[in-house]
Design a protein around this ligand. Structure first.
Ligand code: ACO
Length: 401
């Protein structure tokens, strides 16, 4: 009998690292995180500076090209993105194949994957120019598709892009306009939305980005690779946490019920976790959560909304951060803890939250995909395993089992 485990041991170095907690899958120049210090840099620029001072289009350009654009380059980039906002009219028919009550992430996953059928022959991924066109198409079409997914779910007609508006204003208008009433984009809402997009744009080798890289490593069509990333992002341990966090805060309802939920989160026999809390890499604080905590208060105040969910969130954070369980395990609010409060105030249903995350993260996904394909050392991603199944044995016919 062959002892397969011993065979593995004899073949030399082998790392067993479930969840890849300490294995780098690639080299990258895009995003730097120091989880202990709560630092997040895109191409060297701190996330709080980008969130406070730049725009999502600048950040998208930065992630994709490595440098901040000057004024002329930024205008050219915005024009390029604007030119690609339309989707093929046949996609409207494709949408109609979905149930109206389908989760918008299910629709997004299907529709973005379907783009590969529209841009199959024109995508030579070894040609940098072709890669850039595919990247621009994805960044440009995501808001259109995301808004269409929303419109379809509420039974309203699709709204076509209006290219005189900014990327973010155009998305808000496509989402909230109805034929009888044009949505007037409030600059406060536009700025808050843009900030949320910036904060979600990239986060190095998280699960969905690693999925995009792994799918892309076989040379697959980029639109299909991004659909794979969307599928991964949907899970509640990843991008789905923003939806789960707001649902949890609404369920808690009032600050007096917080201790009950804290007790549940600490109980090992209860699978419940505080959603929007904890992070694989940040063990001090998530710098994105800090920006959003501040922004949530500002947006609600400027919009004249008094949502008790913000009070619940703040009180939950205060109590948890004084609790030895959360202190010992280094659990802090993550980016998803406060984003839902803002998105809800803007008017998005919780089912759209992860769609918005996917829209923003598309910039990071395409930047990482480009970096990987351009890397001369790039290989197909093919993790190994530690086999723990049966050792070799002989087949026995059914009659003699
Ligand atoms: N509530 C209660 N306990 C928690 C929580 C939480 N939110 N998060 C982690 N813990 C506990 C775990 O039970 C575990 O305890 P143990 O050591 O006694 O077994 C310990 O903290 C470590 O947790 P792991 O799950 O091993 O840590 P990991 O790094 O694998 O997971 C994750 C990180 C998935 C983010 C986790 O903290 C979690 O599930 N959080 C809630 C979901 C969430 O907010 N996800 C969004 C992440 S950010 C993003 O994707 C943009």
């Amino acid at each position: 009998v062959v002892d397969i485990r011993r065979l593995y041991a004899q073949t030399g170095a082998f790392t067993y690292d479930p969840g890849f907690t300490s294995t780098a899958s690639c080299e990258s120049k895009i995003t730097y995180i120091d989880g202990d210090a709560g630092i997040l840099l895109h191409r060297g620029y701190p996330i709080d500076q980008l969130a406070e001072q730049s725009t999502f289009m600048e950040v998208a350009y930065l992630l994709l090209n490595g440098e901040l654009p000057d004024g002329t380059t930024l205008e050219e980039f915005k024009t390029t993105i604007t030119r690609h906002t339309m989707v093929n009219e046949q996609l409207a028919t494709f949408f109609r194949g979905f149930r109206r009550d389908a989760h918008p992430m299910a629709i997004l996953c299907g529709v973005v994957g379907a783009l590969s059928a529209f841009y199959h022959d024109s995508t030579d991924i070894m040609d940098p120019q072709q890669r850039m066109i595919a990247s621009h198409r994805l960044i440009a079409k995501m808001p259109t598709i995301a808004a269409m997914a929303y419109k379809y779910s509420v039974g309203q007609p699709f709204v076509y892009p209006r290219n005189d508006l900014s990327y973010t204003a155009n998305f808000l208008r496509m989402t909230f306009s109805v034929p009888a009433e044009e949505y007037e984009v409030d600059p406060v809402v536009e700025a808050a939305m843009d900030k949320i997009f910036i904060l979600h744009a990239d986060h190095e080798q998280n699960a969905s980005t690693s999925t995009v890289r792994l799918a892309g490593s076989s040379g697959a069509n980029p639109f299909a690779c991004i659909a794979a990333g969307i599928a991964c992002l949907w899970g509640p341990a990843h991008g789905g946490a923003n939806e789960a966090a707001l649902n949890m805060l609404r369920e808690i309802g009032t600050p007096d019920r917080i201790p009950e939920y804290i007790a549940r989160a600490k109980n090992k026999d209860d699978p419940f976790r505080l959603m929007g809390f904890g992070h694989r890499v940040y063990k001090n604080f998530d710098p994105r959560a800090k920006v959003l905590s501040k922004a949530a208060g500002e947006v609600l105040e400027k919009l004249g909304r008094n949502d008790p969910v913000l009070d619940t969130a703040r009180e939950l954070e205060r109590i948890a951060l004084e609790d030895p369980y959360f202190i010992d395990k280094k659990l802090y609010p993550n980016v998803d803890f406060y984003s839902g409060v803002i998105l809800s105030a803007i008017g998005f249903p919780t089912t759209m939250f992860t769609v918005l995350f996917a829209l923003a993260r598309t910039t990071g996904w395409v930047a990482q995909w480009n970096e990987m394909i351009a890397d001369p050392e790039q290989k197909i991603g093919r993790p190994r395993q530690l086999y723990t199944g049966a050792t070799q044995r002989d087949y026995t016919p059914v009659a003699s089992r």
